[in-house]
Ligand binder design. Structure first.
Ligand SMILES: Cc1cc2nc3c(=O)[nH]c(=O)nc-3n(C[C@H](O)[C@H](O)[C@H](O)COP(=O)(O)O)c2cc1C
Length: 153
């Protein structure tokens, strides 16, 4: 089983979670690659912006998508990216977001729900989700998330 971890990350929080998850899955003998969504310039809500790097999901049996929360919702680069993915039919999917504000109403659930809806609309089956708040306790949360996700794949 080939696993792709596809992340959008501006300030490397989300990317660092992806790296820890990759390490953990590799310890289990899994074949895991991280690919980055890289927008070209600003990605505006609702626009069809161009990307410098647009990971192809085709070659993966399972996918983890990771993104920061922006403006109380999913970062628009990840939303635009997911919307253009042709199909996730038959693929196992897990989703996570990182965020800065610890309160429930500050976009984590909204971002996860948005990712979930898009992935399900493309035929993917979501097996796990997680939210990592970037505060003093993020390491514990990353540990919990990577443990949980590594049990899925
Ligand atoms: C433009 C912008 C908007 C943000 N909006 C939110 C928000 O609505 N809620 C929140 O909890 N954190 C918010 N944050 C904090 C980021 O989600 C958090 O720092 C995240 O871990 C960054 O991930 P990255 O380093 O992978 O880019 C925002 C950050 C930026 C730059």
């Amino acid at each position: 089983m080939k696993i792709g971890i596809v992340v959008y990350s501006q300030t490397e929080h989300t990317y660092s979670v992806a790296q820890k998850l990759q390490e953990r899955l590799q310890e289990k003998g899994r074949d895991v690659e991280i690919e980055r969504v890289v927008p070209k310039g600003e990605v505006n809500p609702g626009s069809k912006d161009k990307f410098e790097n647009l990971p192809d999901v085709e070659g993966y049996d399972a996918l983890v998508f990771g993104s920061p929360v922006h403006a109380f919702s999913l970062a628009s680069a990840m939303r635009t990216y997911l919307e253009q993915v042709p199909s996730l039919q038959g693929k196992k999917v897990a989703l996570f977001v990182t965020k800065g504000v610890p309160f429930n109403w500050t976009g984590g659930n909204q971002a996860i729900n948005k990712m979930k809806n898009i992935c399900q609309s493309k035929g993917g089956t979501v097996f796990g989700t997680g939210i990592v708040v970037w505060n003093k306790k993020q390491d514990e949360k990353i540990e919990e998330l990577t443990r949980r996700f590594s049990a899925i794949f």
